[in-house]
Design a protein around this ligand. Structure first.
Ligand code: ADP
Length: 488
């Protein structure tokens, strides 16, 4: 469906990471695949993100450049225009070298320490988004909607709220409420936001300025990345202090399930795989397993292989998996684990792996190729997250014929059909209490099913049949945009 030119909805999508150039998690994938899907549906979408070195290096040099005056720094920043080389979406790169030209991740240095000036870096991103939303970019692009993502962009709705001129509406999408961007109140004047914003109905949050709260309070609508998480964040347990606000704004809050980019993640043509397969021709899946085992130095015996690809944090519940790992090894399974994150958890994994050479393969780090190879080569995929706003890996693994074992929370509950509930419709296995015992019971059940070839193939095929594409869900974003669009 293509809209008439005059009807074209213009959206500025603001994000702090974008696949494949700068990525710490699912936000990067969504910031690439969702704008691509919206563009396909006729939306004039441009993605605003900082001009990190990895982006500047990866993009062709033929881009134009605009200046945008930002009052908090009293000077112009550059807006470099480029096109995402594989997805063909227009990118606006916020070029301010003192903040963004540095070696390291988007939020942390190479040693994993938060950049001290994140408050100014992402304050500037929000201010730039709002300036474009107040139509300050010379010529052309006048967005009807500024679509913000997580705390790093949360100040944009506040700047828009206090902008005296006509301006775009704003949407705030929560990808993970636990990351809030809370800073001391004294930052406000330097951010060029008025003190009147600093109150309970503004961006004040327990004596701090909260970027996340700014986004939740001042946006015209809020979405989050799964229907179940939309409910969970209204509870004390998973609301992280925002449950009251979110419950009050529940009419403005919609849960829209993330989709996956089915060409970037497709076992039939995945460039990271030596062998390819599909739902109708699964023969090569076992070759992917052999290649993975060889690459990781796992013993060649025929055993079920359980995969993990994850940030190593308390949220992901991997401590539960560490507890049961020795039992899984003694029952004949092997483990392939990729991740990085909190040092104590990384160290526990190192200890574990050193006790079971040839049975447990561990890679600490961020490795896109290996992530794809584990997703394809493992027989089972484990995600014991204590909470999970949406989760992408359980969708990738179903798409790759690798049934997931998940805790029934957030998007995991919305995307996996549990074997215990209905074996004939199952795509994976679910447990309801975040305990090692409950996880173990589910893994044992999965390993049992794995031994029964016919029913196992049915689970694999059922998973591969699911439609996790953005087709339907991107349309839901358009509905939200239309609801808050005042320019019509
Ligand atoms: P979150 O955003 O909370 O980390 P998601 O499941 O939404 O979780 O997205 C995680 C994304 O990051 C997936 O694309 C996953 O494959 C990727 N990922 C996580 N850890 C690693 C890693 N160590 N190496 C490569 N990719 C990783």
């Amino acid at each position: 469906m293509h809209m008439e030119k005059s009807d074209t909805l213009a959206v500025l999508f603001v994000t702090s990471e974008i696949s494949p150039f700068i990525k710490t998690g699912g936000l990067a994938d969504v910031s690439a695949s969702l704008p691509a899907a919206l563009q396909q549906l006729g939306v004039d979408i441009r993605v605003l993100t900082p001009a990190y070195p990895s982006l500047l290096e990866a993009l062709p040099t033929t881009h134009s450049h605009d200046n945008l005056f930002l009052s908090s720094i009293g000077t112009n920043v550059g807006i470099i225009k480029a096109i995402h080389p594989t997805l063909d979406i227009p990118l606006y790169l916020l070029d301010y070298p003192p903040y963004f030209h540095r070696t390291g991740g988007p939020y942390q240095d190479i040693r994993g320490k938060d950049w001290q000036d994140n408050v100014w870096r992402f304050g500037l991103l929000g201010e730039a988004a709002a300036a474009i939303g107040c139509f300050q970019l010379p010529h052309q692009f006048a967005p009807a909607i500024v679509h913000c993502n997580d705390w790093q962009t949360g100040l944009a709705p506040a700047y828009l709220h206090f902008c005296k001129k006509p301006h775009a509406s704003s949407l705030m999408t929560i990808h993970n409420l636990a990351f809030q961007g809370n800073f001391p109140p004294l930052i406000l004047p330097r951010l060029d936001l008025p003190w009147e914003a600093y109150n309970l109905n503004g961006l004040e949050f327990f004596g701090h300025v909260s970027f996340m709260k700014a986004g939740l309070q001042y946006s015209d609508a809020i979405t989050t990345v799964s229907p179940t998480y939309a409910q969970e964040i209204q509870t004390e347990e998973l609301g992280f202090g925002f449950n009251g606000l979110l419950h009050e704004r529940r009419e403005a809050l919609t849960g829209i399930l993330n989709g996956i980019h089915e060409t970037e993640w497709d076992p039939a043509r995945d460039p990271f795989l030596e062998h390819h397969y599909s739902r109708d021709n699964l023969a090569n899946k076992s070759k992917c397993k052999q290649a993975l085992k060889k690459k990781l130095g796992l013993d060649s015996q025929n055993s079920p292989l359980i995969g993990v690809v994850s940030r190593m944090t308390y949220q992901k519940g991997l401590d539960l998996f560490i507890e049961i790992a020795p039992l899984l090894i003694s029952s004949g399974a092997q483990l392939a684990i990729l991740g990085n994150g909190e040092a104590p958890l990384e160290n526990q994994f190192r200890d574990l792996a050193s006790r079971f050479p040839g049975k447990i393969a561990l890679r600490i780090g961020f490795d896109e190729a290996l992530a794809h190879q584990i997703t394809a080569g493992a027989d089972l995929f484990v995600m014991p997250s204590r909470y999970e706003p949406c989760g992408l890996n359980q969708m990738y693994s179903q798409h790759y014929g690798t049934p997931p074992i998940v805790h029934a929370t957030g998007g995991l509950a919305d995307t996996v059909a549990d074997f215990r509930k209905n074996p004939s419709k199952a795509t994976g296995f679910m447990f309801h209490e975040p305990t090692s015992q409950a996880l173990l019971t589910s893994v044992k059940l999965a390993l049992n099913c794995y031994q029964q070839q016919a029913s196992w193939h049915k689970i694999i095929k059922q998973g591969m049949k699911q439609d996790f594409s953005w087709k339907r869900n991107a349309q839901q974003y358009i509905e939200v945009y239309n609801r808050i669009n005042v320019s019509r």
